[in-house]
Design a protein around this ligand. Structure first.
Ligand code: NAD
Length: 499
Protein backbone atom coordinates (compact mmCIF):
# COMPACT_ATOMS: atom_id res chain seq x y z
CA UNK A 1 0.00 0.00 0.00
CA UNK A 2 1.36 3.40 -1.05
CA UNK A 3 2.02 5.76 1.86
CA UNK A 4 1.78 9.53 1.55
CA UNK A 5 4.23 11.11 3.99
CA UNK A 6 4.41 14.58 5.50
CA UNK A 7 6.83 16.92 3.75
CA UNK A 8 9.13 18.67 6.22
CA UNK A 9 12.46 20.38 5.72
CA UNK A 10 12.41 19.88 1.96
CA UNK A 11 11.90 16.13 2.00
CA UNK A 12 9.42 13.40 2.89
CA UNK A 13 9.25 12.87 6.63
CA UNK A 14 10.75 9.50 7.50
CA UNK A 15 9.16 8.97 10.94
CA UNK A 16 6.51 6.31 11.43
CA UNK A 17 3.09 7.88 12.10
CA UNK A 18 1.08 6.63 15.08
CA UNK A 19 -2.11 6.82 13.03
CA UNK A 20 -2.99 6.50 9.36
CA UNK A 21 -5.99 7.59 7.29
CA UNK A 22 -7.28 5.86 4.17
CA UNK A 23 -7.10 7.64 0.84
CA UNK A 24 -9.76 6.35 -1.54
CA UNK A 25 -10.14 6.10 -5.28
CA UNK A 26 -13.73 7.42 -5.52
CA UNK A 27 -14.11 5.99 -9.05
CA UNK A 28 -13.44 2.42 -7.96
CA UNK A 29 -14.67 2.83 -4.39
CA UNK A 30 -11.47 1.34 -3.00
CA UNK A 31 -8.64 2.39 -0.72
CA UNK A 32 -5.66 3.32 -2.91
CA UNK A 33 -3.16 4.70 -0.38
CA UNK A 34 -2.77 5.65 3.23
CA UNK A 35 -1.72 8.93 4.73
CA UNK A 36 0.10 9.45 8.03
CA UNK A 37 -1.91 11.60 10.46
CA UNK A 38 0.22 14.02 12.47
CA UNK A 39 0.10 14.54 16.19
CA UNK A 40 1.47 17.62 17.93
CA UNK A 41 5.04 16.24 17.89
CA UNK A 42 5.10 16.28 14.08
CA UNK A 43 3.50 19.75 13.99
CA UNK A 44 6.20 20.95 16.42
CA UNK A 45 8.93 19.56 14.15
CA UNK A 46 7.45 21.21 11.07
CA UNK A 47 7.08 24.56 12.83
CA UNK A 48 10.61 24.45 14.26
CA UNK A 49 11.92 23.75 10.78
CA UNK A 50 9.86 26.60 9.33
CA UNK A 51 11.10 29.00 12.02
CA UNK A 52 14.69 28.11 11.07
CA UNK A 53 14.03 28.80 7.40
CA UNK A 54 11.89 31.91 7.66
CA UNK A 55 14.30 34.68 8.69
CA UNK A 56 16.70 33.97 5.83
CA UNK A 57 13.81 33.72 3.37
CA UNK A 58 12.40 37.07 4.51
CA UNK A 59 15.85 38.60 3.94
CA UNK A 60 15.90 37.47 0.28
CA UNK A 61 14.97 40.50 -1.77
CA UNK A 62 11.43 40.53 -3.17
CA UNK A 63 12.53 40.24 -6.80
CA UNK A 64 14.42 37.05 -6.06
CA UNK A 65 11.48 35.65 -4.12
CA UNK A 66 9.30 36.50 -7.12
CA UNK A 67 11.65 34.53 -9.39
CA UNK A 68 10.90 31.42 -7.35
CA UNK A 69 7.21 32.02 -7.98
CA UNK A 70 7.84 32.51 -11.72
CA UNK A 71 9.73 29.22 -11.84
CA UNK A 72 7.04 27.46 -9.78
CA UNK A 73 4.45 28.63 -12.32
CA UNK A 74 6.56 27.17 -15.14
CA UNK A 75 6.83 23.84 -13.31
CA UNK A 76 3.07 23.75 -12.71
CA UNK A 77 2.54 24.22 -16.43
CA UNK A 78 5.13 21.55 -17.21
CA UNK A 79 3.44 19.02 -14.90
CA UNK A 80 -0.18 20.07 -15.44
CA UNK A 81 -1.37 16.78 -16.94
CA UNK A 82 0.23 14.56 -14.31
CA UNK A 83 -0.95 16.80 -11.47
CA UNK A 84 -4.49 16.85 -12.84
CA UNK A 85 -4.60 13.06 -13.14
CA UNK A 86 -3.27 12.62 -9.61
CA UNK A 87 -5.78 15.15 -8.28
CA UNK A 88 -8.70 13.51 -10.11
CA UNK A 89 -7.71 10.04 -8.89
CA UNK A 90 -8.14 11.07 -5.24
CA UNK A 91 -10.89 13.69 -5.51
CA UNK A 92 -13.07 12.19 -8.24
CA UNK A 93 -13.53 15.33 -10.36
CA UNK A 94 -12.96 14.91 -14.08
CA UNK A 95 -9.44 15.61 -15.36
CA UNK A 96 -10.46 18.73 -17.32
CA UNK A 97 -11.96 20.18 -14.13
CA UNK A 98 -8.88 19.15 -12.13
CA UNK A 99 -6.84 21.25 -14.57
CA UNK A 100 -9.14 24.17 -13.76
CA UNK A 101 -8.46 23.58 -10.05
CA UNK A 102 -4.70 23.83 -10.69
CA UNK A 103 -5.03 26.72 -13.13
CA UNK A 104 -7.03 28.90 -10.67
CA UNK A 105 -4.27 28.36 -8.11
CA UNK A 106 -1.61 29.08 -10.70
CA UNK A 107 -3.29 32.41 -11.41
CA UNK A 108 -2.75 33.39 -7.78
CA UNK A 109 0.91 32.42 -8.22
CA UNK A 110 0.99 34.78 -11.24
CA UNK A 111 -0.35 37.51 -8.97
CA UNK A 112 2.33 36.65 -6.39
CA UNK A 113 4.99 37.10 -9.11
CA UNK A 114 4.24 40.83 -8.81
CA UNK A 115 5.16 40.90 -5.14
CA UNK A 116 8.02 43.44 -5.44
CA UNK A 117 5.47 45.98 -6.62
CA UNK A 118 2.72 44.87 -4.23
CA UNK A 119 4.98 45.14 -1.17
CA UNK A 120 5.99 48.74 -1.77
CA UNK A 121 5.00 50.81 1.22
CA UNK A 122 3.76 54.38 1.52
CA UNK A 123 5.80 57.53 1.98
CA UNK A 124 4.93 61.07 2.96
CA UNK A 125 7.61 63.69 2.65
CA UNK A 126 7.27 66.62 5.04
CA UNK A 127 4.45 65.33 7.22
CA UNK A 128 5.72 67.92 9.75
CA UNK A 129 8.73 70.24 9.84
CA UNK A 130 11.63 68.04 8.69
CA UNK A 131 9.50 64.97 9.32
CA UNK A 132 8.93 62.16 6.85
CA UNK A 133 6.60 59.24 7.44
CA UNK A 134 6.86 55.90 5.71
CA UNK A 135 5.31 52.50 6.14
CA UNK A 136 6.46 49.06 5.17
CA UNK A 137 4.85 45.63 5.04
CA UNK A 138 6.76 42.92 6.85
CA UNK A 139 6.03 39.18 6.94
CA UNK A 140 4.47 37.68 10.04
CA UNK A 141 6.90 34.77 10.38
CA UNK A 142 5.49 31.24 10.26
CA UNK A 143 1.88 31.01 9.12
CA UNK A 144 -0.43 28.06 8.46
CA UNK A 145 -3.21 27.05 6.09
CA UNK A 146 -5.85 24.37 6.62
CA UNK A 147 -7.63 23.40 3.43
CA UNK A 148 -10.70 21.39 2.31
CA UNK A 149 -10.88 18.35 0.03
CA UNK A 150 -12.72 19.99 -2.82
CA UNK A 151 -9.88 22.12 -4.26
CA UNK A 152 -6.66 20.38 -3.24
CA UNK A 153 -4.53 22.52 -5.58
CA UNK A 154 -6.26 25.89 -5.87
CA UNK A 155 -6.92 26.63 -2.21
CA UNK A 156 -3.44 25.73 -0.93
CA UNK A 157 -2.05 28.05 -3.64
CA UNK A 158 -4.51 30.84 -2.68
CA UNK A 159 -2.76 30.77 0.65
CA UNK A 160 0.88 29.81 0.26
CA UNK A 161 1.39 31.89 -2.93
CA UNK A 162 0.94 35.28 -1.22
CA UNK A 163 2.25 34.01 2.14
CA UNK A 164 5.59 32.78 0.79
CA UNK A 165 6.06 35.59 -1.72
CA UNK A 166 5.73 38.11 1.13
CA UNK A 167 8.51 36.37 3.07
CA UNK A 168 6.70 33.99 5.44
CA UNK A 169 7.30 30.28 5.90
CA UNK A 170 4.14 28.20 5.49
CA UNK A 171 2.73 25.10 7.17
CA UNK A 172 0.06 23.50 4.98
CA UNK A 173 -2.41 21.07 6.54
CA UNK A 174 -4.33 19.86 3.50
CA UNK A 175 -7.42 17.66 3.52
CA UNK A 176 -6.54 14.11 4.48
CA UNK A 177 -8.96 12.91 1.77
CA UNK A 178 -6.79 13.97 -1.20
CA UNK A 179 -3.32 14.75 0.16
CA UNK A 180 -1.04 13.82 -2.76
CA UNK A 181 -1.23 16.97 -4.88
CA UNK A 182 -0.40 19.29 -1.94
CA UNK A 183 2.81 17.28 -1.41
CA UNK A 184 3.65 17.53 -5.10
CA UNK A 185 3.13 21.30 -4.90
CA UNK A 186 5.64 21.50 -2.05
CA UNK A 187 8.14 19.40 -4.01
CA UNK A 188 7.72 21.68 -7.00
CA UNK A 189 8.26 24.76 -4.81
CA UNK A 190 11.58 23.25 -3.70
CA UNK A 191 12.48 22.48 -7.33
CA UNK A 192 11.61 26.10 -8.16
CA UNK A 193 14.18 27.31 -5.65
CA UNK A 194 12.29 27.85 -2.39
CA UNK A 195 14.62 26.91 0.48
CA UNK A 196 13.79 23.80 2.51
CA UNK A 197 11.39 24.61 5.36
CA UNK A 198 9.69 27.50 3.59
CA UNK A 199 6.77 25.20 2.69
CA UNK A 200 6.09 22.21 4.95
CA UNK A 201 3.10 19.90 4.52
CA UNK A 202 1.66 18.17 7.56
CA UNK A 203 -1.21 15.74 7.05
CA UNK A 204 -3.83 15.08 9.65
CA UNK A 205 -7.24 15.61 11.14
CA UNK A 206 -8.50 17.49 14.21
CA UNK A 207 -5.42 16.60 16.27
CA UNK A 208 -3.06 18.24 13.76
CA UNK A 209 -5.38 21.23 13.33
CA UNK A 210 -5.61 21.80 17.08
CA UNK A 211 -1.81 21.60 17.39
CA UNK A 212 -1.54 24.28 14.70
CA UNK A 213 -4.17 26.52 16.32
CA UNK A 214 -2.44 26.37 19.69
CA UNK A 215 1.17 26.63 18.51
CA UNK A 216 2.79 29.84 19.81
CA UNK A 217 5.17 30.15 16.83
CA UNK A 218 2.38 30.18 14.25
CA UNK A 219 1.33 33.78 13.79
CA UNK A 220 -1.63 33.45 11.43
CA UNK A 221 -4.05 30.75 10.34
CA UNK A 222 -6.04 30.67 7.14
CA UNK A 223 -8.82 28.09 7.05
CA UNK A 224 -11.23 26.99 4.32
CA UNK A 225 -13.81 24.27 4.98
CA UNK A 226 -17.28 23.77 6.43
CA UNK A 227 -18.87 26.50 8.55
CA UNK A 228 -19.06 24.88 11.97
CA UNK A 229 -15.39 23.96 11.81
CA UNK A 230 -14.50 27.38 10.35
CA UNK A 231 -16.19 29.08 13.29
CA UNK A 232 -14.47 26.81 15.84
CA UNK A 233 -11.09 27.36 14.17
CA UNK A 234 -11.69 31.10 14.11
CA UNK A 235 -12.49 31.21 17.83
CA UNK A 236 -9.63 28.96 18.94
CA UNK A 237 -6.95 30.58 16.81
CA UNK A 238 -8.07 34.07 17.83
CA UNK A 239 -8.06 33.03 21.49
CA UNK A 240 -4.45 31.99 20.99
CA UNK A 241 -3.70 35.51 19.74
CA UNK A 242 -3.35 34.69 16.07
CA UNK A 243 -4.48 36.52 13.01
CA UNK A 244 -7.18 34.32 11.45
CA UNK A 245 -9.42 34.15 8.40
CA UNK A 246 -11.85 31.21 8.16
CA UNK A 247 -14.01 30.60 5.09
CA UNK A 248 -17.01 28.31 5.49
CA UNK A 249 -19.75 26.57 3.54
CA UNK A 250 -22.19 27.94 1.02
CA UNK A 251 -25.62 27.69 -0.53
CA UNK A 252 -25.48 29.92 -3.58
CA UNK A 253 -28.64 31.12 -5.30
CA UNK A 254 -29.12 31.76 -9.02
CA UNK A 255 -31.94 34.23 -9.60
CA UNK A 256 -33.61 34.13 -12.99
CA UNK A 257 -35.70 37.14 -14.02
CA UNK A 258 -38.42 36.86 -16.69
CA UNK A 259 -36.31 38.75 -19.24
CA UNK A 260 -33.26 36.45 -18.94
CA UNK A 261 -31.88 34.54 -21.92
CA UNK A 262 -33.31 31.24 -20.67
CA UNK A 263 -31.24 28.97 -22.91
CA UNK A 264 -28.01 30.57 -21.76
CA UNK A 265 -29.17 30.66 -18.12
CA UNK A 266 -30.06 26.96 -18.29
CA UNK A 267 -26.65 26.08 -19.71
CA UNK A 268 -24.94 28.17 -17.03
CA UNK A 269 -27.03 26.82 -14.14
CA UNK A 270 -26.58 23.19 -15.17
CA UNK A 271 -22.79 23.58 -15.39
CA UNK A 272 -22.59 25.40 -12.06
CA UNK A 273 -24.99 23.06 -10.22
CA UNK A 274 -23.64 19.72 -11.41
CA UNK A 275 -20.00 20.44 -12.33
CA UNK A 276 -17.58 18.70 -9.94
CA UNK A 277 -20.67 16.77 -8.69
CA UNK A 278 -21.76 19.95 -6.91
CA UNK A 279 -18.75 19.81 -4.59
CA UNK A 280 -17.80 23.46 -4.98
CA UNK A 281 -18.35 26.26 -2.51
CA UNK A 282 -19.24 28.37 -5.55
CA UNK A 283 -21.64 25.79 -7.02
CA UNK A 284 -25.18 26.99 -7.75
CA UNK A 285 -27.44 24.51 -5.94
CA UNK A 286 -30.47 26.83 -5.64
CA UNK A 287 -32.26 28.37 -8.59
CA UNK A 288 -34.88 31.06 -7.99
CA UNK A 289 -37.01 31.84 -11.04
CA UNK A 290 -39.14 34.95 -10.65
CA UNK A 291 -42.75 34.40 -11.73
CA UNK A 292 -44.59 31.15 -12.49
CA UNK A 293 -44.13 31.47 -16.25
CA UNK A 294 -40.35 31.82 -15.89
CA UNK A 295 -40.32 28.89 -13.48
CA UNK A 296 -42.26 26.58 -15.80
CA UNK A 297 -40.17 27.49 -18.84
CA UNK A 298 -36.93 27.09 -16.90
CA UNK A 299 -38.00 23.79 -15.36
CA UNK A 300 -38.74 22.33 -18.79
CA UNK A 301 -35.28 23.27 -20.02
CA UNK A 302 -33.56 22.04 -16.86
CA UNK A 303 -35.28 18.64 -17.07
CA UNK A 304 -34.11 18.25 -20.68
CA UNK A 305 -30.58 19.33 -19.81
CA UNK A 306 -30.35 17.01 -16.82
CA UNK A 307 -31.39 14.09 -19.03
CA UNK A 308 -28.39 14.86 -21.24
CA UNK A 309 -25.81 14.80 -18.44
CA UNK A 310 -23.13 12.15 -18.63
CA UNK A 311 -21.71 10.85 -15.38
CA UNK A 312 -18.46 8.97 -15.75
CA UNK A 313 -15.09 8.18 -14.26
CA UNK A 314 -12.66 11.05 -13.83
CA UNK A 315 -10.60 10.00 -16.84
CA UNK A 316 -13.61 9.90 -19.20
CA UNK A 317 -13.15 12.96 -21.43
CA UNK A 318 -16.88 13.01 -22.22
CA UNK A 319 -18.10 12.90 -18.63
CA UNK A 320 -19.67 16.08 -17.23
CA UNK A 321 -18.90 15.01 -13.70
CA UNK A 322 -17.44 12.12 -11.75
CA UNK A 323 -18.02 10.49 -8.37
CA UNK A 324 -18.32 12.34 -5.08
CA UNK A 325 -15.42 12.10 -2.68
CA UNK A 326 -16.40 9.29 -0.32
CA UNK A 327 -18.97 6.61 0.47
CA UNK A 328 -20.09 8.60 3.54
CA UNK A 329 -20.59 11.71 1.47
CA UNK A 330 -22.61 9.78 -1.12
CA UNK A 331 -24.81 8.37 1.67
CA UNK A 332 -25.25 11.85 3.17
CA UNK A 333 -26.33 13.35 -0.19
CA UNK A 334 -28.79 10.52 -0.76
CA UNK A 335 -30.23 11.04 2.73
CA UNK A 336 -30.78 14.69 1.91
CA UNK A 337 -32.59 13.71 -1.30
CA UNK A 338 -34.89 11.47 0.76
CA UNK A 339 -35.43 14.24 3.30
CA UNK A 340 -36.28 16.76 0.58
CA UNK A 341 -39.10 14.50 -0.67
CA UNK A 342 -40.30 13.93 2.92
CA UNK A 343 -40.32 17.67 3.56
CA UNK A 344 -42.72 18.09 0.67
CA UNK A 345 -40.51 19.36 -2.16
CA UNK A 346 -41.28 17.92 -5.58
CA UNK A 347 -38.57 15.43 -6.56
CA UNK A 348 -38.52 15.93 -10.32
CA UNK A 349 -35.37 13.89 -11.05
CA UNK A 350 -34.07 11.43 -8.45
CA UNK A 351 -30.34 10.66 -8.64
CA UNK A 352 -30.29 8.06 -5.87
CA UNK A 353 -29.21 4.54 -6.62
CA UNK A 354 -27.15 5.57 -9.63
CA UNK A 355 -24.62 2.95 -10.66
CA UNK A 356 -21.96 3.18 -13.34
CA UNK A 357 -21.37 0.00 -15.28
CA UNK A 358 -17.96 -1.45 -14.47
CA UNK A 359 -17.63 0.89 -11.45
CA UNK A 360 -20.48 -0.35 -9.30
CA UNK A 361 -18.54 0.37 -6.09
CA UNK A 362 -17.73 3.97 -7.12
CA UNK A 363 -19.29 6.88 -5.25
CA UNK A 364 -21.50 8.14 -8.06
CA UNK A 365 -24.68 10.13 -7.48
CA UNK A 366 -27.04 10.86 -10.36
CA UNK A 367 -28.17 14.42 -11.05
CA UNK A 368 -31.13 15.38 -8.88
CA UNK A 369 -33.67 18.14 -9.41
CA UNK A 370 -36.22 19.43 -6.91
CA UNK A 371 -38.99 21.93 -7.60
CA UNK A 372 -41.22 23.80 -5.13
CA UNK A 373 -38.59 23.86 -2.40
CA UNK A 374 -39.58 26.22 0.41
CA UNK A 375 -37.28 28.34 2.60
CA UNK A 376 -38.25 26.66 5.85
CA UNK A 377 -37.11 23.22 4.62
CA UNK A 378 -33.91 21.81 6.12
CA UNK A 379 -32.77 20.73 2.67
CA UNK A 380 -32.89 24.38 1.67
CA UNK A 381 -31.15 25.71 4.78
CA UNK A 382 -28.33 23.15 4.76
CA UNK A 383 -25.44 22.80 2.37
CA UNK A 384 -25.83 19.44 0.59
CA UNK A 385 -22.62 19.67 -1.47
CA UNK A 386 -23.72 17.21 -4.14
CA UNK A 387 -25.30 17.12 -7.61
CA UNK A 388 -28.66 18.34 -6.31
CA UNK A 389 -30.38 21.41 -7.77
CA UNK A 390 -33.30 22.92 -5.84
CA UNK A 391 -35.81 25.27 -7.42
CA UNK A 392 -37.44 27.83 -5.12
CA UNK A 393 -40.16 29.80 -6.91
CA UNK A 394 -40.37 33.52 -6.11
CA UNK A 395 -43.02 36.03 -7.10
CA UNK A 396 -40.82 39.09 -7.33
CA UNK A 397 -37.22 40.26 -7.50
CA UNK A 398 -37.75 41.63 -4.00
CA UNK A 399 -38.62 38.18 -2.70
CA UNK A 400 -35.60 36.68 -4.48
CA UNK A 401 -33.21 39.25 -2.98
CA UNK A 402 -34.70 38.49 0.43
CA UNK A 403 -34.14 34.75 0.01
CA UNK A 404 -30.44 35.12 -0.80
CA UNK A 405 -29.95 37.83 1.82
CA UNK A 406 -31.65 35.98 4.65
CA UNK A 407 -29.98 32.63 3.98
CA UNK A 408 -27.44 31.80 6.69
CA UNK A 409 -24.72 31.36 4.07
CA UNK A 410 -23.60 34.29 1.94
CA UNK A 411 -20.80 33.08 -0.30
CA UNK A 412 -21.89 33.67 -3.89
CA UNK A 413 -25.04 34.59 -5.79
CA UNK A 414 -25.91 35.09 -9.45
CA UNK A 415 -28.63 36.94 -11.30
CA UNK A 416 -29.67 36.22 -14.87
CA UNK A 417 -31.36 39.16 -16.60
CA UNK A 418 -31.12 41.65 -19.46
CA UNK A 419 -32.23 44.48 -17.17
CA UNK A 420 -29.24 46.56 -16.10
CA UNK A 421 -31.22 48.55 -13.54
CA UNK A 422 -32.47 45.42 -11.81
CA UNK A 423 -29.02 43.81 -11.85
CA UNK A 424 -27.39 46.92 -10.46
CA UNK A 425 -29.89 47.23 -7.61
CA UNK A 426 -29.52 43.54 -6.91
CA UNK A 427 -25.71 43.73 -6.72
CA UNK A 428 -25.91 46.70 -4.41
CA UNK A 429 -28.48 45.30 -2.00
CA UNK A 430 -27.95 41.56 -1.76
CA UNK A 431 -26.18 40.41 1.42
CA UNK A 432 -23.73 38.04 -0.18
CA UNK A 433 -19.98 38.45 -0.66
CA UNK A 434 -19.58 37.58 -4.36
CA UNK A 435 -22.12 38.46 -7.05
CA UNK A 436 -22.40 37.26 -10.63
CA UNK A 437 -24.43 39.14 -13.21
CA UNK A 438 -25.13 36.60 -15.97
CA UNK A 439 -22.04 34.82 -14.59
CA UNK A 440 -22.92 31.63 -12.74
CA UNK A 441 -19.71 31.10 -10.76
CA UNK A 442 -18.42 34.54 -9.81
CA UNK A 443 -15.08 33.48 -8.32
CA UNK A 444 -13.10 36.73 -8.52
CA UNK A 445 -9.91 36.77 -10.60
CA UNK A 446 -6.60 36.48 -8.74
CA UNK A 447 -5.97 40.22 -8.45
CA UNK A 448 -9.33 40.84 -6.77
CA UNK A 449 -10.14 38.75 -3.71
CA UNK A 450 -12.38 35.92 -2.59
CA UNK A 451 -14.63 35.90 0.44
CA UNK A 452 -18.18 35.22 1.51
CA UNK A 453 -20.39 36.84 4.15
CA UNK A 454 -22.33 35.54 7.13
CA UNK A 455 -21.62 31.84 7.87
CA UNK A 456 -19.47 31.63 4.73
CA UNK A 457 -16.64 33.69 6.18
CA UNK A 458 -15.30 34.46 9.65
CA UNK A 459 -12.68 37.18 10.02
CA UNK A 460 -12.27 40.28 7.93
CA UNK A 461 -9.71 39.91 5.16
CA UNK A 462 -10.46 37.86 2.04
CA UNK A 463 -8.34 35.25 0.31
CA UNK A 464 -5.71 36.32 -2.29
CA UNK A 465 -5.47 39.66 -4.13
CA UNK A 466 -4.40 42.63 -2.02
CA UNK A 467 -6.29 41.20 0.95
CA UNK A 468 -3.96 38.18 0.78
CA UNK A 469 -0.94 40.50 0.86
CA UNK A 470 -2.46 42.35 3.83
CA UNK A 471 -3.30 39.14 5.67
CA UNK A 472 0.24 37.77 5.49
CA UNK A 473 2.03 41.01 6.35
CA UNK A 474 1.92 43.56 9.11
CA UNK A 475 2.40 47.25 8.62
CA UNK A 476 5.20 49.09 10.33
CA UNK A 477 5.06 52.88 10.16
CA UNK A 478 8.15 55.03 10.76
CA UNK A 479 8.03 58.72 11.62
CA UNK A 480 11.51 60.19 11.20
CA UNK A 481 13.32 63.46 11.75
CA UNK A 482 17.05 63.95 11.24
CA UNK A 483 19.01 66.21 13.59
CA UNK A 484 19.92 69.55 12.16
CA UNK A 485 22.59 71.97 13.29
CA UNK A 486 20.02 74.47 14.63
CA UNK A 487 18.76 75.13 18.18
CA UNK A 488 17.09 72.48 20.33
CA UNK A 489 13.47 72.16 19.25
CA UNK A 490 10.65 72.85 21.68
CA UNK A 491 10.25 70.20 24.34
CA UNK A 492 6.63 69.18 24.71
CA UNK A 493 4.65 67.35 27.35
CA UNK A 494 1.55 67.48 25.20
CA UNK A 495 0.77 64.81 22.61
CA UNK A 496 2.21 66.07 19.31
CA UNK A 497 -0.49 67.26 16.90
CA UNK A 498 -0.54 68.94 13.50
CA UNK A 499 -2.32 71.98 14.85
P1 NAD B 1 -14.15 20.17 6.40
O1 NAD B 1 -14.62 21.31 7.21
O2 NAD B 1 -14.61 18.80 6.74
O3 NAD B 1 -12.54 20.10 6.41
C1 NAD B 1 -11.75 21.23 6.16
C2 NAD B 1 -10.43 21.06 6.88
O4 NAD B 1 -10.66 20.99 8.29
C3 NAD B 1 -9.68 19.79 6.50
O5 NAD B 1 -8.32 20.07 6.41
C4 NAD B 1 -9.97 18.86 7.67
O6 NAD B 1 -8.94 17.93 7.91
C5 NAD B 1 -10.09 19.80 8.84
N1 NAD B 1 -11.02 19.31 9.86
C6 NAD B 1 -12.00 18.40 9.73
N2 NAD B 1 -12.63 18.23 10.90
C7 NAD B 1 -12.05 19.04 11.80
C8 NAD B 1 -12.28 19.32 13.17
N3 NAD B 1 -13.26 18.74 13.85
N4 NAD B 1 -11.50 20.23 13.78
C9 NAD B 1 -10.53 20.86 13.10
N5 NAD B 1 -10.27 20.63 11.79
C10 NAD B 1 -11.02 19.74 11.14
O7 NAD B 1 -14.51 20.52 4.89
P2 NAD B 1 -14.37 19.59 3.61
O8 NAD B 1 -15.45 18.57 3.64
O9 NAD B 1 -12.98 19.16 3.39
O10 NAD B 1 -14.69 20.67 2.45
C11 NAD B 1 -15.98 21.01 2.06
C12 NAD B 1 -16.48 22.25 2.78
O11 NAD B 1 -15.60 23.34 2.54
C13 NAD B 1 -17.83 22.70 2.26
O12 NAD B 1 -18.59 23.16 3.35
C14 NAD B 1 -17.49 23.84 1.33
O13 NAD B 1 -18.52 24.77 1.11
C15 NAD B 1 -16.35 24.45 2.05
N6 NAD B 1 -15.54 25.27 1.17
C16 NAD B 1 -15.58 26.63 1.34
C17 NAD B 1 -14.84 27.44 0.50
C18 NAD B 1 -14.84 28.93 0.69
O14 NAD B 1 -13.92 29.57 0.20
N7 NAD B 1 -15.81 29.50 1.37
C19 NAD B 1 -14.05 26.87 -0.51
C20 NAD B 1 -14.04 25.48 -0.64
C21 NAD B 1 -14.78 24.70 0.21
Amino acid sequence: MRSIPHFIGGRPYAGEPARYGDVFDPNAGQVQARVGLADSTVVDLAVADAVRAQAAWAAVNPQRRARVMFEFKRLLERDMQALAELLASEHGKVVADAKGDIQRGLEVIEFACGIPHLLKGEHTEGAGPGIDVYSMRQPLGVVAGITPFNFPAMIPMWMFGPAIATGNAFILKPSEKDPSVPVRLAELMMEAGAPAGVLNVVHGDKAAVDAILDHPDIKAVSFVGSSDIAQAVYARAAAAGKRVQAMGGAKNHGIVLPDADLDQATADIIGAAYGSAGERCMALPVVVPVGEKTADALRERLVDAVAGLKIGVSTDPDAHYGPVVSAQHKARIEQYIGLGAEEGAELVVDGRGFSLQGYEQGYFVGPTLFDRVRPEMRTYQDEIFGPVLQMVRAESLEEAIGLASRHPYGNGVAIFTRNGQAARAFASRVEVGMVGINVPIPVPVAYHSFGGWKRSGFGDLNQYGMDGVRFYTRTKTVTQRWPSAGPVLDQSFVIPTMK
